[in-house]
Design a protein around this ligand. Sequence first.
Ligand SMILES: Nc1ncnc2c1ncn2[C@@H]1O[C@H](COP(=O)(O)OP(=O)(O)OP(=O)(O)O)[C@@H](O)[C@H]1O
Ligand SMILES: [Mg+2]
Length: 326
Amino acid sequence: MVSSHSTILYTKNLRKTFFTKDKKDVQAVKGVDLDVKKGQIFGFLGPNGAGKTTTLQMLTTLLTPTSGEAMVVNFDLKTQPQKIREHIGYVSQSGGADRTTNAIQDLILQAMLYGLNLDTAQKRAKDLIDRFELTEFADRIISSYSGGQRRRLDLALGVIHEPDIIFLDEPTTGLDPQSRARFWEEIRTIKDDGTTIFLTTHYLDEADSLCDYLAIVDHGKIVAKGTPTALKHKIGGESIIVAMKDDKELEKGKNLMEKQKFVEKIFVRENKLYLFVKEGEKLLADVLRLLDNEKIGLLTIELSKPSLDDVFLQETGRSLREGGEL
Ligand SMILES: Nc1ncnc2c1ncn2[C@@H]1O[C@H](COP(=O)(O)OP(=O)(O)OP(=O)(O)O)[C@@H](O)[C@H]1O
Ligand SMILES: [Mg+2]
């Protein structure tokens, strides 16, 4: 397998098909190629059912790929899964904390499972409790923690053996905005220690502001890859979003706009027309004039800078926002 020296994770044509009893095969992952660099926060962004968890479970040796190759921390997934397990951390979508104990005991136990002696395990547990500010509740039963507190403990559990790379499956789902922002800070501290982070998310803002590099996944396939800035840049122009009065006006507006040379791509979502253009500011007045000339009724018109949602929309024809479908 070809990979550059700063590559920590590499996959080639990775696939997973689930064979079910009723013989309806589910192709969850359909040929994924990834190249994750050491020290990155790598984001795997995609909607529900895209194949994120399945991919993560293959990379963490919990699921066997149907075909394809993968290298994780210089070890081959097929032949050296045990080696991989020693060098990675994994926090599952539902979290791994044992809810019947407390944070201190759970951290010590986890460290000892990784082969650390009691002294080192205790020391690491204490360090992590300080670092992730778990002190306040560390000796309380885990089932009493808030969602944010539990996610922070999950993260501490995931890094206690100082892995080279940690896999986080939707680490901030269900957290309020404040807890999410705080969690991002914790992730950045882990990155500053030199640990590579591979996380899945369906949050656009998380992908945009936290991740250094993204692979956008849909229906088991990568539809776009790049830094958040590069991906948005690729979209180029901006979009003019026109909300129409009703379906009839929407149809008329769409027909009219499809004829305009300056409209590079057009999408309809709910009662809105999305016009992808190069120079939105200049064209806003033209769009208004054109609609007005034809007496097409609109409710609002706005200009939008390219977002990751636009990237997804351009690649798939659907929106990632709130799981909205066209
Ligand atoms: N054990 C299984 N048997 C059959 N199908 C499965 C199995 N596990 C997952 N799938 C299917 O594979 C597809 C991908 O699922 P996966 O859990 O990887 O998606 P995801 O991107 O993690 O979604 P979410 O954002 O909801 O967590 C889905 O269609 C799912 O129903
Ligand atoms: Mg999942």
